[in-house]
Structure formats: structure tokens, C-alpha cells
Design a protein around this ligand. Structure first.
Ligand code: GLN
Length: 492
């Protein structure tokens, strides 16, 4: 049993699958088994860090019981997998780090709980860069993930496993997190759709912290329609558990998907189309913008003059916050503890030396440095000031446009190992995703075509605070006139 209306089960989107489950054309157990089997047969892609068939099937049986009893949630029985940065009671939670190898949380992250309440069945936990630090998923302490469009290439990061799972049809949709681009960039590299909501839209409770003023969870799926369904279930205030979650009620993002977009003013930041942008990405992005013009949108040139500064600013603020957040991994409270040590300080040192990978250590050192007495004013405080200016630049731009569009990344996905041991090469590739993160604005990646080597290219849409409905609407309208989001890699 793996076909619905002559379509393989794994080709159905979340919306269609939820409808088939409700109509009892397929059971939650059958759907779960189908995707678990795909995860097994595609293990070489490295998407998953943990699966537990018994747990998944028990959840699926419970979903079937609710479907039979007429007490089903909106996403009842839909299988979904979580980035391994969300803590889960029923699966290990590692954040892609040896520091948390085998760790089991006593509670579920709010995102996990809310989606479970909506009826989803958890397929497992997805590979990611260690503590979400990276742009290629090569910083996972376990194994890299491979891009299903070309397995010699990276899938992007840090939510690399999440993007692979959707692109290879190992899950209909997944969760991811985005601190400086980790939903948008892997979505772009793997030809799927992903949205990072406004900072504070989705609770961070139970998301293993990287940089708390930037971290934000969001859905990744094949279409804007699927992302809208998931985001509606994920968002909403969580005042008792996340003090930065905003007091804005959850919305039904599906409602406005079909709204007309004629007259929509799309801002084109000239700084996103400079020398650094490769020609193939530019061609795909330009073609998508043409489609928008045909749909009645108007393109307006805008300027985000501090785009370049977002790299040094982010790579000061994010490590500063990380150095503080990661101090909790000390071998005492949870996670790895060194086996042999002479005293407490020696235990701390050995535990952290053994448990953390190179990139995490690099960021802890940078973060500690920029926060230290004598350097704080020169680096951290200065970075905070420029962060504010970057946010102000966006507000200037939104006086003349409704959404902003541009590339997600300067190139398509590069080869595994392609950046060698040069972390700066990874950092520089974040240039177009960092500005919205620093400003706390919502941003999306929407499949917009293919570039060098037949690799997917994403179009980035950035909106003002709380304009997720508008972004999803704009993305959906593009997906009604293009089919990039429904293409799939050969052999999948
Ligand atoms: N690539 C960026 C970094 O390495 C962003 C990561 C993220 O969004 N989690 O920090």
C-alpha cells in the first residue's frame, strides 16, 4: 500500500496526505511505515540521526484511533521529522554534537508538543550542524548529509538533514531552525520551501540554544501551502516558557494563500545583486521576478546599505551568545563527562575538549574574546549598534515596498569538502540570509529554478514583522505558475 490515486504516497504533500488520512484512504500506520522504509533505503543520504520504529508506530496507532473516533487534529497522522535541535522525550536529542550523545530530554520542545497536539506522527530526528553552527551540515559530529540532487554536494546547513529528508521524500515535511539562514539556505540548496518566521513568533522552549536573540524555528516542506499548514500549528505565544515569545495569537496562514498579488510592491535590494552573486543564481532569480511581474507585482529598487556588515556583526553577536549558552555543557548537569580527570577544573577542560567539535570551540573562543573586558566596547557593543542600523535600513525599505526579494545564497550548493578547512568561506556565503536574521524579520526560500550542475536555486522573500501570511501568499502564487517546487531529484 503505497499509492493514492496512482501517486506514490511519498509524493503527496502535507495537505493532500492529511486529506487522505481523514478520508481513511490510508492509515497513519501505513503512512508511517512507508516513510520509515524510505528512510532505511536512503540511509546513505545521512538525513537522520535517530529513528525508533516502535515509538513512531505507537504514535501512528494512536493517530488512527483518533481518526476513527472523530477526534482528529488538523494534521492527524501526518508523519513528520524534527531537526535534532528540538528536545524530545521519545527520541534522543543531540544537537548534532558528541556532547549530547545519547541524551534524552525529560520533556518535549513546545514546537514538538504543538505539532503532536495537531496530530503529527514523529518519524525521527534529523541531522544538523553541531549546535546549528554551520552552512553545509559538515559540522555534524556524526556524519555529513548529502544533497539528493547530487550526492557529491552538501545540502546546506545547519538544517541540512531536514532539507534532505523533504527533497528525497523521506518525510512530507520537517521542522528546522534558522539563526542566520539555516532554514532558508538548505531549503534553497535542496529545492524545497522553508520559512523562518518573525523572531518571537514560535516558542524557543526546548530548542537547544545557539544564539538566543536570533534562533527561530520554522517549517520546511515542498510547498508554501504545506509550510502554511505547519506554521499555523507551530506558532503562538508561550509566555510561561519563553519570555521572548511574542503575545501575538496563532494565525491560520492557509487562509490568505490565494489572495491576489497584483499591485504588490517587491523591493529589489541592489546590494543583493552585486559582484558576489553567481550568474546562474542571478538568472534563476531574475526569471522568478519576471513571473511576479506577470502576476501584477511591481519591482522597485531599494537599498540595504549595510548588507556587507551583516557578516562581521553576526559573527560577533552569534558567537558571543553561543559562548554564554554553551557554558551549561560542563560535564555536571547533562551530556558527556570526561572519564579521567584530576580535579573539577580538569574535568571541565577535558569534558569540553572532548565533547565539542572544532567549529563550536572556535565560536566559544571568539565569543568569549568579544565579550571580555577591554574588547566588549570595540566589538560586541559596536556590533549591537550596527545590528540596530541594519534593522532600521529594512524599515526605510518597507516604506516603499511590501516584500523584499533576492537570492538566498550567492551560489548553488558546493561540493562536500569544497570549502576545505576555511570557515570564512562558509561565513561569507551567509551574506544574504544574515540581514533578516539580525533584524528579526521573517524570510522564506522558494524554489526558483536550477543553476550550475542542475542544482536548485531558491528565491528569498523577506517581509516586515508578522507578515508571514503575505510571504506565504506570495510564494504560493509563484508556485501556482511554476513547477520547480514539485520537481524531484532523479532516482527519488
Ligand atoms: N551559517 C550560519 C552559522 O553558521 C547560520 C546557522 C544557523 O542559522 N543556525 O552560524
Amino acid at each position: 500500500m503505497s499509492d493514492i490515486n496512482n501517486q506514490p504516497l511519498h509524493d503527496l504533500g502535507v495537505a493532500e496526505l492529511a486529506a487522505s488520512l481523514r478520508a481513511r484512504e490510508v492509515s497513519a500506520v501505513e503512512a508511517a511505515q512507508h516513510f520509515l522504509a524510505r528512510a532505511r533505503s536512503h540511509e546513505s543520504l545521512g538525513a537522520y540521526l535517530a529513528v525508533d520504529e516502535a515509538v513512531t508506530l505507537a504514535q501512528a496507532r494512536a493517530a488512527d484511533a483518533r481518526l476513527a473516533a472523530g477526534t482528529a487534529g488538523p494534521l492527524e497522522g501526518v508523519p513528520l521529522a524534527h531537526k535534532d535541535i528540538f528536545v524530545t522525550k521519545d527520541f534522543p536529542s543531540t544537537a548534532g554534537s558528541k556532547m549530547l550523545e545519547g541524551y534524552r530530554s525529560p520533556f518535549d520542545a513546545t514546537v514538538v508538543r504543538k505539532l503532536a497536539e495537531a496530530g503529527v506522527v514523529t518519524l525521527g530526528k534529523l541531522n544538523c550542524d553541531e549546535f546549528a553552527m554551520g552552512s553545509a551540515n559538515e559540522n555534524s559530529a556524526y556524519h555529513p548529509a548529502r544533497n539528493p540532487w547530487d550526492v557529491t554536494r552538501i545540502p546546506g546547513g545547519s538544517s541540512g538533514g531536514s532539507a534532505v529528508a523533504v527533497a528525497a521524500r523521506l518525510a512530507p515535511a520537517v521542522t528546522g531552525t534558522d539563526t542566520g539562514g539555516s532554514i532558508r539556505q538548505p531549503a534553497s540548496f535542496c529545492g524545497i520551501t522553508g520559512i523562518k518566521p518573525t523572531y518571537g513568533r514560535v516558542s524557543r522552549y526546548g530548542m537547544i540554544a545557539f544564539a538566543s536573540s536570533l534562533d527561530q524555528a520554522g517549517p520546511m516542506g515542498r510547498s508554501a501551502e504545506d509550510c502554511a499548514l505547519l506554521l499555523s500549528a507551530m506558532c503562538g505565544p508561550d509566555p510561561d516558557r519563553d519570555s521572548t515569545s511574542l503575545d501575538v495569537p496563532a494565525e491560520d496562514f492557509s487562509r490568505s494563500l490565494n489572495d491576489a498579488i497584483d499591485g504588490l510592491r517587491i523591493g529589489i535590494p541592489k546590494e543583493f545583486f552585486g559582484e558576489g552573486l553567481s550568474a546562474d543564481v542571478r538568472t534563476a532569480v531574475d526569471a522568478a521576478l519576471k513571473e511576479y511581474e506577470k502576476l501584477g507585482a511591481k519591482l522597485v529598487e531599494i537599498s540595504l546599505p549595510r548588507t556587507e556588515l551583516s557578516i562581521p556583526v553576526y559573527y560577533i553577536i552569534a558567537p558571543a551568545e553561543a559562548s554564554s549558552n554553551l557554558s551549561r555543557f560542563d560535564g555536571v548537569k547533562f551530556g558527556h563527562r570526561a572519564r579521567d580527570y584530576t580535579d573539577l577544573v580538569d574535568m571541565y577542560k577535558k569534558t569540553r575538549a572532548e565533547g565539542f567539535g572544532d567549529e563550536v570551540k572556535r565560536r566559544i573562543m571568539i565569543g568569549t574574546y568579544v565579550l571580555s573586558h577591554g574588547y566588549y566596547d570595540a566589538y560586541y557593543l559596536q556590533a549591537q549598534r550596527i545590528r540596530r542600523m541594519i534593522a532600521d535600513d529594512f524599515q526605510q525599505a518597507f516604506k516603499v515596498c511590501d516584500v523584499i526579494a533576492g537570492p538566498v545564497a550567492p551560489t548553488v550548493a558546493w561540493k562536500l569538502g569544497g570549502h576545505g578547512n576555511d570557515p570564512l568561506a562558509d561565513y561569507l556565503a551567509d551574506i544574504f540570509t544574515l540581514p533578516a536574521s539580525l533584524a528579526g524579520l521573517p524570510g522564506m526560500s522558494v524554489p526558483a529554478g536550477f543553476g550550475e550542475g542542475g542544482m536548485p536555486v531558491g528565491l528569498q522573500l523577506i517581509g516586515n514583522y508578522f507578515s508571514e501570511a503575505r510571504l506565504l501568499n506570495a510564494a504560493h502564487r509563484l508556485q501556482q505558475v511554476t513547477d520547480f517546487h514539485s520537481r524531484k531529484p532523479e532516482g527519488v
